[in-house]
Each structure stands twice: as C-alpha cells, then as structure tokens.
Design a binder for this molecule. Structure first.
Ligand code: F6P
Length: 534
C-alpha cells in the first residue's frame, strides 16, 4: 500500500500550531525554566545508552501536544508500519524501503547468506589467509564508490578508528583523477584489495575510477590476477561480470535498499574489513535496537519522532533554514557530510506525494563540524548572528583512550555552549562585566557584548562511542528524516534531482570530444566549455 497523502498545512493541528506559534514565538526559554522547575525532567528521554535533553527548545507542553497531534493527523504510525512491512513506499521508483531488514533480529535468508559471506571474506583478509597475486597477505583495502556507496562506509570506518585493525582502508570517490592518484600512489598492487561498490554499476565516477585502478593494477599484474584483488558490491551482476570480477567475488545488494541507507548491506564490506566482522555486527545490532525503539515506542517518548517534530517546528513555524549538528568527538568528523546525503538527498523535494507543487518549506539544510573546533570557527554566527539555527549537540560520557583531563575539558565546553545559547548575556550582565571600564567606553562596547540567547539546542549524551551506539545514532537520524518526509507529504526515498546534472555532463563530455557546439546550450555554459578547451 502506498503512503497516504495528507497536506500537513490543512490539518487541524497545523492551524493550532500557527496560533500557538504567535503566542510563544517571543517567549524566552529562561523564563520557561524559571516558571517550571521540573522542565528539564519533563523534556528529556532516556533510552538504552542515550540521554536526550530537549528542554532547551522554544516549546512548552502545549507545543509538544500539538506536534504529536500533527504526527497523528498525518497518520505517521501507518507510514512507519508500511515502511517496516515492506510496502512499496518509494512509489516513484516502485520500491520497498527495507534497510531496516538488514539489521533486525530476523533477517531474510538472502541477507543472512550475504552476511556470512562478508564474515568469511573479511576474516580471510584480516587474518592474512587471503593472498594477493604474489602470495602476500593484504595490507590495504580500497573502497571505490560514491554517494551512498562511499559516505556511509567512510564515515563508519573513521568513526570507529579506535576499533580498527592493522589494515589500511582507503576511499576513492571523486572522479577527480588527482584524488585517485593521491590515494593509490603509495599503495602496493601486490597487497592491495579493491572493493568496487556501486548499486547500479553504471555511475560514471565509480566506473571511471575502477577502470583507472584496474589499469594501474595491470601494469604489474596480469588479467588472471584480478580475481585476487577486485571484489564488487552491486545489484547489477551482469555489468560486474563484464568488468571482469569473478562470480565468487560478487556481493549482492537489493533494490529495496537505497544507496544512502546501504552501509548496513554488503556496502559495509570495507567496514567489516577495517574493524572486524563482530564490530560490524554490533553496528547492525545497535541500529536494529533503534529501529525497535522507533517502531514500538509511543511517539511522546520516541527519540527520532521527537527530534523530527522539533525540527518541523523550527523549519515550518520559525522559518529557520538550517540546522547544525555538532558532535563533540573528533572521531565523528565525517558524520555530518554523511548525514547531509541522507537528509538532503531524501528531503530536498518540492512536489507532494500527490504530485503537486508544495507551498511550504521542506528539507532542512544540515551542516556542522565537531566541537570544540567549530566553537573557534562558525559559532560566532550561531551565538550573535541574525539567523536562528537549531543545533544538535552529540557527546559521550566516556572517552575511549581514557584521558580524563581532556574528556572533562571537552565536555565542559559541550555543556557550556548549550548553556550560553540558552541564556545569552543580558545588558545588565554586560554592564556588570564592564563596571571597571571608563563609562563612555563601556557604553560603546556594551551592545556588541550582549548575547540574545534563546537559541534552541538538543543534547544527545551517549554513554560511549562503540559500534553499537554508533549504529543506534545513525539509525536515529534515518528515522528522523523519514518522519519529516511523512509530515511534509513528500517521497523521501527517491532522488530524481540528481539526474539532470548527470545527463548534461554526458552531453558536455561528448561536446569536448567532438568539439561540436551545434546542440542548443546556454551562452554562459558554452563559453565556459570553449574557454576550457582553448
Ligand atoms: O547520484 C546519486 C546516487 O544515486 C546516490 O543516491 C547513490 O548513493 C550514488 O548516486 C551512487 O550510486 P551507485 O551506488 O549506483 O553507484
């Protein structure tokens, strides 16, 4: 069954939220805290190893009730059930959306078999049993893929650096030849294994990069050696075979797993190689736990639903355009670029599920960098700029290497930022601070030192960065984006918007080869291409 079509702005809840917004929009969160001493407890969620504080938001109990009403009115529960039960909710592509089936406790037979194959393969590579063409063990693994076939595995491998083994794991994604050469120039073809990951196996960047790398490999090896150094993950078995990959080296994917949700499938092979299969399994288990929480927990206590509703509140009522995600862990420095694909490729849509142009705002722009670095970069704008930017702060109670001094300093900053964003600094406080200064100077300086505060944040405090908690965290954001897509009445699981550029690039490539400029083209692009060729 398809997802239902409900215009969110035509619901009763939306109308009430609009009225409610007028009442609350200028109110101060500090006053909410002063009026209600139990506010922090009221707006927090505890689940497994997660503690989520969302009390520093511009909401009160009515806001929460109305947002929940909205979720019910758009029949969110029905949408979740349809996703989990494999209904073809990716309607424009006629596909089910079942990445959750890759990490549940009861997996389909084909998934179990693929996991076993990944386990055997990764163990052979890690143990050195898998030999290269000169009989040496593998030292380096290179993942060749782009978008969902790169960002997910790369982010997880980086995030789980602490759990890594001796293998060097590298990623080639961009069709930029310099990127390819920089990655392979120090590698030894005798001990390097390439994993070509492409769901379609037609992606220009990946196929070009794979061919370049194979040619590089064949400078020292012969065709028969390819089987020992190239494996592939794809749904397009025919093209993989044509590329020359041996049958036993093909790991399947399924069309019910979207590219940006595919790290849980054999696309995660480089992860299994980098951290071992048991850690990869824990990652899946963590995601599976979050799936269960999302599917079974009442919306009022449901973490992805709560965060999604808050995001809708700001995006559609406060008219915020962006959200920042700030992990206080350097390990998570690739988390935001990864989430950008998930969130923006999914919800960057302007046509509703019934095919009409949408008159309200959808997909949020997400961005961010780890703290504390970001405090010394763009935080000025969040604190004192003209834009309201809701932020998610993600931190861990325990560090992995156990350096308490660093961990305490890191986390002191983590808490201080959300406190500063909440409270700001009042003119009276600034006056007090400047009381010893010359009066005229102090009054000139005062307006620059005032912080308005009242900037919303969510704090996700997680016990420790482990494969399992990371799996839960990633699944949390996947479900959050789905909830938002359901409410915005869009299809979150297609991505037609990326096709036009691909088509035009093919045309321009032809133009470069043939120097034929007779096809209609805008004057700007044409003069640029001519300049490039000159
Ligand atoms: O261009 C967008 C996209 O289709 C993504 O959705 C996908 O993750 C990426 O390209 C790579 O696609 P493939 O795995 O088929 O090479």
């Amino acid at each position: 069954m398809p997802l239902k079509t409900v215009n969110p702005t035509a619901t009763k809840a939306w109308e009430k939220l609009e009225k409610h917004y007028q009442e609350i929009k200028d109110q101060k969160m500090v006053d909410f805290f002063a009026e209600d001493t139990s506010r922090a407890e009221k707006f927090q969620l505890k689940w497994d190893n997660f503690f989520v504080d969302y009390s520093k938001n511009r909401i009160n109990s009515t806001t929460k009730d109305l947002l929940l009403e909205l979720a019910n009115e758009v029949e969110l529960k029905d949408a979740i059930e349809k996703q989990f039960s494999g209904d073809k909710i990716n309607q424009t592509e006629g596909r089910a959306v079942l990445h959750t089936a890759l990490r549940g406790s009861e997996k389909p037979q084909a998934v179990e078999e693929t996991l076993q194959k990944m386990k055997d393969f990764s163990q052979e590579v890690i143990s050195g049993e898998w030999k290269g063409y000169t009989g040496k063990a593998i030292t380096d693994v290179v993942n060749i893929g782009i978008g969902g076939s790169d960002l997910g595995p790369q982010m997880i491998v980086d995030s789980l650096q602490y759990y890594r083994n001796h293998l060097g794991v590298h990623f080639i994604s961009n069709v930029d030849g310099d990127h390819v050469m920089e990655t392979i120039q120090d590698l030894d073809p005798e001990t390097t294994l390439f994993i070509i990951v492409s769901k379609s196996f037609t992606t220009q960047e990946t196929i070009t990069n794979a061919n370049t790398v194979r040619n590089w490999f064949l400078k020292t090896a012969v065709k028969e050696d390819v089987a020992k150094h190239f494996v592939a993950v794809s749904t397009n078995l025919e093209s993989v075979k044509e590329f020359g990959i041996a049958d036993q080296n093909i790991f399947p994917m399924w069309n019910w797993v979207g590219g940006r949700f595919s790290l849980w499938s054999a696309v995660g092979l480089s992860i299994a190689c980098a951290v071992g299969f048991d850690n990869y399994q824990s990652l899946l288990d963590g995601a599976g736990k979050m799936d269960e929480h999302f599917q079974t927990t009442d919306f009022k206590d449901n973490i992805p639903v709560t965060l999604a509703l808050l995001s809708i509140w700001y995006n559609n009522f406060f008219d915020t355009e962006t959200e920042a995600i700030i992990p206080y862990s350097q390990y998570l420095h690739k988390l935001v670029p990864y989430l950008q694909q998930g969130i923006m490729e999914s919800n960057g849509k302007s046509v509703s599920r019934d095919g009409n142009k949408i008159p309200y705002q959808t997909g949020t722009i997400v961005w961010g960098e780890p703290g504390t670095n970001s405090q010394h970069a763009f935080f000025q704008l969040i604190h004192q700029g003209t834009k309201l930017i809701p932020c998610d702060f993600i931190g861990f109670k325990k560090s992995l290497h156990g350096n308490k001094e660093h961990q305490d300093k890191l986390m002191a900053n983590f808490f201080a930022q959300t406190e500063a964003l909440l409270k700001g600094k009042t003119p009276v406080q600034v006056e007090e601070e400047l009381k010893d200064m010359d009066a005229e100077k102090a009054s000139t300086l005062k307006p620059f030192k005032v912080f308005e505060g009242n900037k919303p944040t969510n704090t996700l405090l997680i016990d420790k960065l482990t494969p399992e908690t990371l799996g839960s965290l990633v699944a949390l954001y996947e479900h959050k984006l789905f909830v938002q897509g359901v409410i915005w009445n869009i299809f979150s699981y297609d991505q037609w918007g990326v096709e036009l550029g691909k088509q035009l690039a093919n045309g321009i490539l032809k133009q470069m080869e043939t120097k034929d400029f007779s096809q209609p083209q805008d004057a700007s692009t044409q003069s640029l291409v001519k300049e490039y060729l000159s």
